[in-house]
Design a protein around this ligand. Structure first.
Ligand code: THU
Length: 130
């Protein structure tokens, strides 16, 4: 699967977004080490802080299926049908991704590809970093 196809899967996943409060739809598509793709969307809640981001939905779906190694994640977000503006993962999602992915996880946005370490050069790791 190409970067473009993974990004297209993220845009498609955003169709399922449950975002009646922000009206900002986000989709993510994460590629596991074995090539399997898991998608996710943001899921909001009347108690706003309980919202789950698209990236974490995708990762949690994969981990709950026993998949914990990943190569790349694509993220697409928009309040319109135009997904051309980049939507980088939020800090919480970066930290969750870093639990399962090395610094070299490829992050695909609308404007190109990056490494997880471009966004999160140093993660919290408890005792594992000391
Ligand atoms: N959101 C994501 O799904 N991923 C992010 O990385 C940041 C924000 C969602 C949460 C909320 O539903 C909406 O975008 C607006 O913040």
């Amino acid at each position: 699967m190409t970067d473009k196809e993974l990004f297209a899967a993220a845009v498609k996943a955003a169709e399922k977004s449950y975002s009646p409060y922000s009206h900002f739809r986000v989709g993510a598509a994460i590629m596991a080490a074995d090539g399997r793709i898991f998608t996710g969307c943001n899921i909001e809640n009347a108690s706003y802080s309980l919202t789950n981001c698209a990236e974490r939905t995708a990762v949690f779906k994969a981990v709950s299926e026993g998949v914990t190694q990943f190569k790349a994640i694509a993220v697409a977000g928009s309040s319109t049908n135009d997904f051309t503006k980049p939507c980088p993962p939020c800090g919480a999602c970066l930290q969750v991704l870093s639990e399962f992915c090395g610094d070299d996880l490829v992050v695909i946005l609308s404007n190109g590809w990056f490494k997880l370490s471009d966004f999160l050069p140093m993660r919290f790791g408890g005792d594992s970093l000391t």
